[in-house]
Design a protein. Structure first.
Length: 460
């Protein structure tokens, strides 16, 4: 039987950066300065083109806590309100940083500074609790050789970054917590490896971290590395999202802008791109003309290259917030052609290891690759079949029973309800498909349904 594939018409392509990115479950954002919100050209472009906003300076420590214990959110709220009134999400930047500290904080050291950092994180995050999509908890804490930057925060003890993340998770369980840095785009670079090793350590010990932000400031001496996608994939393999957070490129090189965009699109856990400013005249590097709009607000060639790349991307299911919310679509319960089963938490596909067709082969999560061992068909009899004759099969009905492939036999342990809330439940057991982690090779089981993201999947 032939398969009819309906391709979108060319005129269905999105006409703005935010809308084009949203087609693949991503965002395309910009940095906003409160002082420019009275500029109609600036706000017209920003409101039209982007669906994520980062405050350029207004959420940094010197702006939000100018005097110890006295918080000021007037400018940051101005940006937050402007963005959310237009349906945009907001990324918080930044809570703990060696730079742009208020004078009172710079005068502290040791345990006093450590407590001030904790109090600052708690105070700012309490104000925005439940309101932001991401927080850059710690910013720029590494040297170029991969060692820790010798800042006043580092002098409080090597665990200060861990303390910042643990404090942030307690302060707001719903927001994604990120580490953010520059010059970590080249996989072979010492700084990149230093950050990678810290994230790997944090994940192995349960330190709460959800994402890594690569600033992606490309200058004459720091251009798009050939291994950039390897870097993104390597960070993502640790079980974190990645994002390009402060993008600008000397003279807005079309090839570099297109290349960095495509690299993000090629990595399922690359959740979005933010350019650091709207027009060249708004950039901290304005003399280098590094953005997608010129000083007059006109689209540049790099804009078109980015938009075209975004529009060419296929659909990708975004990962959820830590609290379990997700923007991912619910599984389709319509029997029909083969689909991927994508974990909402991991962004990875349910996969038959090594393309095995042996009965009893336990299924796992693995990077989606479009191969036959990840192509599942929901039949009218509630079976999920692979290779045409093998069924997704529960090896038992109790908690933690393995999920495997087995020759289809029509029994209830091979029948599944694909539900509108994103869960897939066994007809025999009533339990949910479940994974304990997000990495490649994570095995799939059934478990009591609990509403968490590790039990939600999409079929597409």
């Amino acid at each position: 039987m032939g398969v009819v594939v309906v391709m979108p018409e060319a005129n269905a392509a999105a006409g703005t950066l935010g809308a084009a990115a949203a087609q693949s479950g991503r965002y395309f954002g910009t940095a906003i300065a409160a002082g420019r919100l009275g500029d109609s050209t600036y706000t017209t472009i920003a409101g039209r083109e982007f669906n994520m906003v980062t405050a350029e300076n207004e959420m940094k420590p010197d702006a939000t806590e100018p005097q110890r214990g006295q918080f000021n959110f007037s400018s940051s709220d101005q940006i937050y309100n402007w963005a959310t009134q237009r349906g945009m999400k907001v990324r918080g930047h930044t809570l703990a940083w060696h730079a742009q500290q208020p004078g009172w904080m710079q005068s502290l050291s040791g345990s006093s500074l450590r407590q001030a950092m904790i109090d600052h994180i708690n105070g700012v995050m309490a104000h925005y609790k439940g309101k932001l999509a991401y927080w850059d908890v710690v910013n720029e804490a590494f040297n170029e050789d991969g060692s820790r930057r010798q800042s006043n925060l580092q002098a409080t003890g090597n665990d200060w970054i861990e303390v910042a993340f643990r404090t942030a998770r307690t302060a707001d369980p719903s927001v994604k917590l990120c580490y953010n840095d520059y010059n970590i785009e080249n996989w072979s670079y010492g700084k990149t490896q230093g950050v990678y090793n810290m994230i790997r350590d944090f994940k192995s010990r349960g330190v709460p971290i959800d994402c890594v932000g690569l600033q992606t400031h490309f200058t004459g001496g720091s251009s798009l590395p050939s291994n950039f996608q390897t870097t993104l994939t390597s960070f993502a393999s640790l079980g974190v999202d990645v994002a390009l957070t402060e993008v600008d490129v000397t003279n807005a090189s079309t090839t570099q802008y297109a290349g960095l965009t495509q690299a993000c699109l090629n990595v399922p856990r690359c959740v979005g791109i933010t350019v650091w400013g709207v027009r060249d005249s708004d950039s901290w590097r304005s003399s280098e003309n590094p953005l997608l709009f010129d000083g007059g607000g006109n689209k540049k060639a790099a804009y078109t290259s980015v938009l075209n790349a975004l529009n060419a991307a296929g659909p990708v299911t975004p990962s959820p917030t830590p609290s379990g919310g997700t923007g991912s679509p619910s599984p389709s319960a319509t029997p029909g052609g083969a689909k991927r089963i994508i974990g909402a938490q991991s962004g990875r596909c349910i996969d038959v290891p090594n393309a095995s067709q042996n009965n009893g082969t336990r299924v796992q999560l693995y990077d989606c690759n479009g191969q036959a061992n990840q192509a599942w068909t929901l039949t009218s009899s509630k079976q999920l079949t692979v290779y045409g004759s093998k069924c997704l099969d529960a090896a038992g009905s109790g908690n933690a029973s393995a999920v495997q492939i087995y020759s289809c036999n029509g029994q209830a342990n091979q029948q599944w309800n694909v539900n509108s809330n994103g869960t897939i439940t066994g007809v025999q057991s009533g339990r949910c498909l479940d994974v304990w982690g997000t990495g490649n090779g994570q095995q799939v089981q059934i478990y009591d349904c609990n509403g968490q993201a590790n039990q939600r999947f999409s079929l597409n």
